[in-house]
Design a protein around this ligand. Structure first.
Ligand code: IPD
Ligand code: CA
Ligand code: CA
Length: 278
């Protein structure tokens, strides 16, 4: 690190956290008014709150960092002339939000030369601010967080998600069922960035999903790494934010889960689905 780099990094993170807090307050205000939703795809929802939150975030990022690129889910980003790129999900958990189900967040991450260097996940309902800086750890409301120490799948609480897009192509139900049979339970709360943040702070032991986008997971992935966890794809290859799937866990569970996933990918199931009985 060059002199001043640590300070620059800390100030990126501080700015991102401030912006996420402001966007979170905006979302809470919209939530009270129960906004209408529209469909982007057959089941893929978007609300005025997604757009307003994105406008606010992009405007703030632009004024602080005019040369940085911004990739934002609702398309309001910008090209950049520097090495820096922000990933912005202005409302992660839109379906929950549209139904007033209390699990959603604002998430942003900063990449430099392809490396994630800062990330924020803010849950405005619980006032929980998760932050991570490359090499400087992960935090929840400024207190250091770590992944769990759970050593066996049989003792774990895990989570997954099912994207709204291309549901008929999603094979995750097989993974869901095997883990549901083996673990203490599989949560499916509908907010991927929160799931990742919960792995980072040990509330969950592992999370996996097919078909996420970089803005869903960039900040959460950095949180998990900085909290001592491990991230890869579901076959054990290096994680690609644009790849088909992601697995994050506390590190101890990585090999046992990959072993199980390898079997499922090969069509070998430890537990057969139950027969339907009337
Ligand atoms: C979605 C949520 C959900 C996950 C989907 C994402 P959005 O993000 O993170 O948990 O299962 O894959 O698309 O659309 O609400 O920002
Ligand atoms: Ca999302
Ligand atoms: Ca979103």
């Amino acid at each position: 690190m060059f002199i001043g780099e640590a300070e620059a990094l800390a100030s990126f993170l501080e700015t991102a956290a401030e912006i996420a807090r402001e966007a979170g307050t905006l979302l809470n205000n919209y939530l009270e008014r129960r906004v209408a939703f529209e469909l982007k795809g057959e089941f893929d929802l978007v609300t005025e709150a997604d757009r307003a939150s994105e406008r606010l975030i992009v405007e703030r990022l632009r004024s602080h960092f005019p040369t940085h690129a911004i990739v934002a889910e609702e398309g309001g980003g910008q090209e950049g002339s520097s090495d820096y790129r922000w990933y912005v999900d202005p409302l992660d958990g839109t379906t929950n939000f549209a139904h007033a189900f209390p699990a959603f967040n604002v998430t942003m991450a900063l990449e430099r030369g392809g490396e994630l260097i800062a990330g924020v996940v803010f849950d405005p309902l619980r006032d929980e601010m998760f932050t991570a800086e490359a090499g400087a750890g992960a935090y929840l409301n400024s207190r250091r967080i770590h992944v769990s120490k759970t050593a066996r799948i049989q003792d774990s609480l895990v989570a997954t998600g099912f994207p709204s897009r291309k549901r008929h192509e999603n094979v995750n139900v097989h993974f869901y069922y095997q883990l549901a049979m083996l673990s203490h339970g599989v949560r499916r709360a509908g907010s991927a960035a929160l799931d990742l943040a919960y792995v980072a702070c040990g509330r969950l032991d592992a999370f996996w999903e097919f078909g996420l986008n970089p803005w869903d997971m960039a900040a959460g992935v950095l949180l998990v790494r900085e909290a001592g966890g491990v991230c890869s794809d579901m076959r054990g290859g290096p994680l690609d934010l644009r790849g088909p799937h992601v697995l994050v866990d506390n590190g101890v569970l990585h090999q046992p889960i990959l072993q199980l996933f390898g079997e499922i990918f090969a069509g070998q199931y430890r537990f057969a689905m139950p027969e339907m009985r009337s």
